[in-house]
Design a protein around this ligand. Structure first.
Ligand code: NAD
Length: 491
């Protein structure tokens, strides 16, 4: 059994769960410990005890630790990418790319350790000085989803440690392998006992224990909207209120205008909707296409989709790997049927495929004649299922793009500077892409959305400090001159 890391020790648990390769369900990646609530509480207590010393550790020590983690991840990106693709099902190049990104994130935040800054300001009162500084928050509970098994943990763990917090990390049940490998690297880099804890297991057990602990000061969560709403409720209604960062689902639009470069638009759409098997929060599942290009776009999509190779994630030449598990596959198939029952036309894919080994293979599906009010256009499916929604012109396309509960990523394909600029300003989303897929972002700039997609401050880049630090304002009377009590009577 592969163990949890709690209070400086690798510990087995009473229960374990198998990690199954979605490309070949006969291949068991390993048996991973499932922690209990009591084991989770031990991890939280260890992180709580380790916080005072780690929060006062030198920025050089933290820099060196994070740099060592980043360096090892990058040096082992092929091996770790193989593990990631084997347990999650994204293609090997995508898996290796994700691992490299995790390494770069650790290196970025190693640098951030050395760039901490504060402000010193004159006070409105005589002989008084104001200082604004940032301090670590405390024990941070990190809860992550299955679709980015190493990048999302990296973009939470790295800033948490960089800014002096201690961590209890709960990965998703479906992908404990990459989380475990990352934990081994972090520990090898020399984090002191209790500073980092890995607690694998169920959301309802490990996650809930983190939410209800008064020793946890903040929760950073990435996952679905219903789980996010639950987490917010628990964190705010019990004990001391926790700082919260929730990154959730999407129903991201990609607008294609009449003047778009058709070939580029099709590449952007296929990448947005189907790469990583459509299992990205930034995937586009609403392709909003104006009348003048609609039929040519649909025909070009059908042709391009015929050429996609759907196969074992680890096989060279695979474009799209399997869906992550049976329940996600059932959900994808259910939504394809719902769409057809609502009047949509399935014009490509949508059928189960048989490959060499038994796995969860689905041919990417394209639904046309979709209205923005249909369930397939409003609810997150989280699989390789895209809809095409017809718009009469740019104005209607923008209106449709914004008519959604979500607001993570929003894209447009156009050769018009006028429409591109207008769209960048008016898209109600945290991230806007022009002539690019809706998914695929840099690691040094903020990531996050609006409306039901995100709650709290942004992740990644320098903006991450907003969540992983708390601001303190200190006033000092320096004694040069008399203390004037009523200098600012309004305060
Ligand atoms: P999920 O909400 O089912 O689970 C996410 C995590 O929450 C898992 O670790 C799970 O164990 C845990 N959890 C479940 N119940 C819990 C509870 N009661 N208390 C505490 N923790 C609990 O999501 P998922 O299926 O793993 O991931 C897919 C979802 O993640 C999609 O909606 C996708 O859009 C979203 N996602 C968002 C982003 C983003 O940055 N916005 C990135 C990737 C994925």
């Amino acid at each position: 059994m592969t163990k949890n890391y709690i209070a400086g020790e690798w510990l087995p648990a009473a229960e374990a769960s198998p990690n199954i390769n979605p490309s070949n369900t006969n291949d068991i990646v390993g048996e991973y410990a499932r922690a209990s609530a009591i084991e989770t509480e031990r991890a939280i207590a260890a992180a709580f005890d380790a916080f005072p010393a780690w929060s006062r550790s030198t920025i050089q020590a933290r820099h060196d630790t994070l740099k060592a983690v980043g360096d090892e991840i990058l040096a082992r990106k092929h091996e770790l990418g193989h593990l990631l693709s084997r347990e999650e099902g994204k293609t090997l190049p995508e898996g290796i790319g994700e691992v490299a990104r995790a390494g770069q994130i650790f290196q970025f935040f190693a640098g951030e350790c050395l760039r901490g800054a504060g402000e010193k300001l004159p006070s409105v009162r005589p002989s008084v000085e104001a200082e604004v500084t940032r301090e670590p928050v405390g024990v941070i509970g990190l809860i992550t989803p299955w679709n980015f098994p190493i990048a999302i943990p990296a973009w939470k763990i790295a800033p948490a440690l960089a800014y002096g917090n201690t961590v209890v990390f709960k990965p998703a049940e479906l992908v404990p392998g990459s989380a475990h490998a990352l934990a081994e690297i972090i520990i090898r880099a020399g984090v002191p006992t209790g500073v980092f804890n890995l607690v694998m297991g169920r959301g309802a057990v490990v996650g809930e224990a983190m939410l209800s602990s008064s020793k946890v000061s903040a929760i950073s969560f990435t996952g679905s909207v219903p789980t996010g709403r639950n987490i917010a409720r628990t964190c705010i209604t019990s004990g001391p209120m926790k700082k919260l960062q929730l990154e959730m689902g999407g129903k991201n639009p990609m607008v294609v205008l009449d003047d778009a470069d058709l070939k580029l638009a099709v590449e952007c759409a296929v990448n947005s909707a189907f790469f990583s098997t459509g299992q990205r929060c930034t995937a586009s599942s609403r392709l909003i296409v104006t009348n003048g290009i609609h039929d040519r776009f649909v025909a070009a999509m059908q042709e391009r989709m015929q050429g996609l190779v759907i196969d074992d994630a680890l096989k060279a030449g695979t474009d799209v790997g399997p869906v992550v598990d049976q329940s996600q596959l059932d959900q994808d198939l259910k939504y394809i049927s719902i769409g057809q029952a609502e009047g949509a036309k399935l014009v490509a894919g949508g059928k189960l495929l048989k490959c060499e080994a038994p796995g969860f293979y689905l041919a990417p599906a394209l639904l046309t004649e979709v209205s923005n009010q249909m369930r397939v256009a409003r609810e997150e499916i989280f699989g390789p299922v895209a809809t095409v929604i017809r718009a009469k012109d740019y104005d209607e396309a923008l209106e449709l793009a914004n008519d959604t509960l979500f607001g993570l990523s929003s894209g447009i394909c156009t050769t018009s500077l006028k429409y591109a600029s207008h769209f960048k300003r008016n898209a109600e989303a945290g991230m806007v892409m022009v002539n690019l897929p809706t998914a695929g972002v840099d690691y040094h700039v903020p990531f996050g959305g609006r409306k039901a997609s995100s709650y709290g401050s942004r992740e990644q880049g320098r903006y991450a400090q907003e969540f992983y630090t708390t601001v303190k304002t200190a006033y000092t009377f320096d004694g040069n001159g008399p203390y004037v009590h009523k200098a600012n009577p309004k305060v």
